[in-house]
Ligand binder design. Structure first.
Ligand code: SAM
Ligand code: SF4
Ligand code: SF4
Length: 369
């Protein structure tokens, strides 16, 4: 292994403590800042077939990179069990992510297992997936048949040369567009497309992307390039603030703001004045949305993260494999959420500067976006 390789997922994770007295799930958990636990993001693999420069740059994620061995991954049965416990504690929305989730073999089996889980309210679980779209044309129908509701596809450019500059592999834009079409055709809509904007790399694609998806059933959203992880060499100069994205589109295709669909919606929505649909902007850097953040993240190897910018996870897998029952594991999760105070984006500058020596923020490819 070369010296440059740092085993990013090998951050010491404190084991979660099982409470002495069982905590019966009440369908609602709130954290120390009164935020309810509502969403769970599950990373099903730490591997990816892209090398997006803002996420898994080749210099770090080279051919010797030590991905998790298979035995460290949570099995579909373990993931389903964790999901069942989270649902009992109030989670209504689950998103599968990665790495590239469609690289996990037979993912549709997991989708079917999650779809079969009952919810306390009787309302169906909202089950979605985020993908780079490379395998979507092949898998859309099976995912829909297994019970997936919707997909979000990441696409950072319409121009092949620019797309390549972002994902650093030779994958054709047309194949991702075919994946989006297949998702629509399979009934996985409305499909959302996420474009991460990096100044000087793909910001010339903002308006072409807006034009391309305007008037189509696909909802395009622009994401500010974030300082996640420790690999991408993030620099504020490379962030294009959402305000600028809206101005640049609006100068050519006039826009008006639309209200949020629901509390905690991360994207600010803008509608084309001529009725050509809408776009969203996600201001992960310039407009923190921590006050409504209701999301827990489960890593591929079963660590829980209470924030995308966490420096360490909490080891759930050990509890799962130690034979504890659901009540005990639910109690450990409940205590973790109740103690949660994370609000990194609101305090970003201070937190980035003040990380303890040796602490590294977890990688996006490891816990998912
Ligand atoms: N591989 C899948 C994909 O790309 O859609 C799922 C995992 S990926 C980590 C999830 C999302 O995180 C993608 O939309 C990706 O563009 C976004 N992402 C990754 N690194 C980011 C960064 N530094 N800033 C903003 N978004 C980022
Ligand atoms: Fe892979 Fe998604 Fe990260 Fe790109 S953003 S490297 S597709 S995990
Ligand atoms: Fe949630 Fe952490 Fe992002 Fe704030 S910084 S919105 S707490 S994940």
């Amino acid at each position: 292994m070369s010296e440059k390789i740092i085993k990013l997922h090998d951050l010491r994770a404190p084991a979660l403590a099982v409470p002495a007295a069982p905590v019966a799930p009440a369908g609602l958990l709130t954290d120390a800042l009164s935020r309810p636990l509502h969403d769970l993001r599950i990373s099903v693999t730490d591997r990816c077939n892209f090398r997006c420069v803002y996420c898994m740059p080749k210099e770090v994620f080279g051919k010797d990179y030590p991905y998790l061995p298979h035995g460290d991954l949570l099995s579909f049965e373990e993931i389903t069990r964790v999901a069942r416990i989270f649902i009992a504690h109030g989670v209504e929305k689950i998103r599968l992510t990665g790495g590239e989730p469609l690289l996990r073999k037979n993912l549709e089996h997991l989708v079917a297992m999650l779809r079969a889980l009952p919810t306390p309210s009787g309302r169906p679980l909202d089950l979605t997936l985020t993908t780079n779209g490379s395998l979507l044309a092949r898998k859309a129908r099976a995912l829909k048949e297994a019970g997936l509701d919707r997909v979000t596809v990441s696409l950072d450019a319409l121009d092949d040369a620019v797309f390549k500059r972002m994902n650093d592999v030779d994958f054709a834009v047309a194949d991702v567009l075919a994946g989006i079409e297949a998702a629509h055709a399979a009934g996985l809509g409305p499909v959302k497309v996420n474009m991460v904007v990096k100044r000087g790399t793909n910001d010339d694609q903002i308006v072409p992307m807006a034009r391309h998806f305007k008037g189509s059933p696909t909802i395009l959203r622009f994401i500010e390039y974030m300082d996640v992880g420790a690999s991408n060499g993030w620099n504020m100069d490379e962030v294009v603030p959402s305000g600028e994205v809206v101005r640049r589109i609006g100068a050519e295709l006039p826009l008006v703001p639309v209200g949020a669909n629901y509390k905690g919606e991360t994207a600010a929505r803008w509608r084309y004045l001529d009725g050509g649909g809408e776009v969203g902007v996600i201001s992960s850097v310039t407009g923190a949305f921590c006050k409504d953040c209701s999301r827990m993240r489960l890593s591929t190897e079963g660590k829980l993260y209470t924030c995308l910018f966490a420096t360490r996870g909490h080891d759930l897998r050990t509890l799962l494999r130690a034979g504890h029952d659901d009540l005990a594991i639910g109690g450990a999760i409940a205590n973790l959420w109740r103690g949660r105070t994370d609000r990194y984006s609101e305090t970003r500058t201070a937190d980035t500067a003040g990380l303890p020596q040796g602490a590294r923020k977890v990688e996006m490819s490891y816990i998912g976006g």
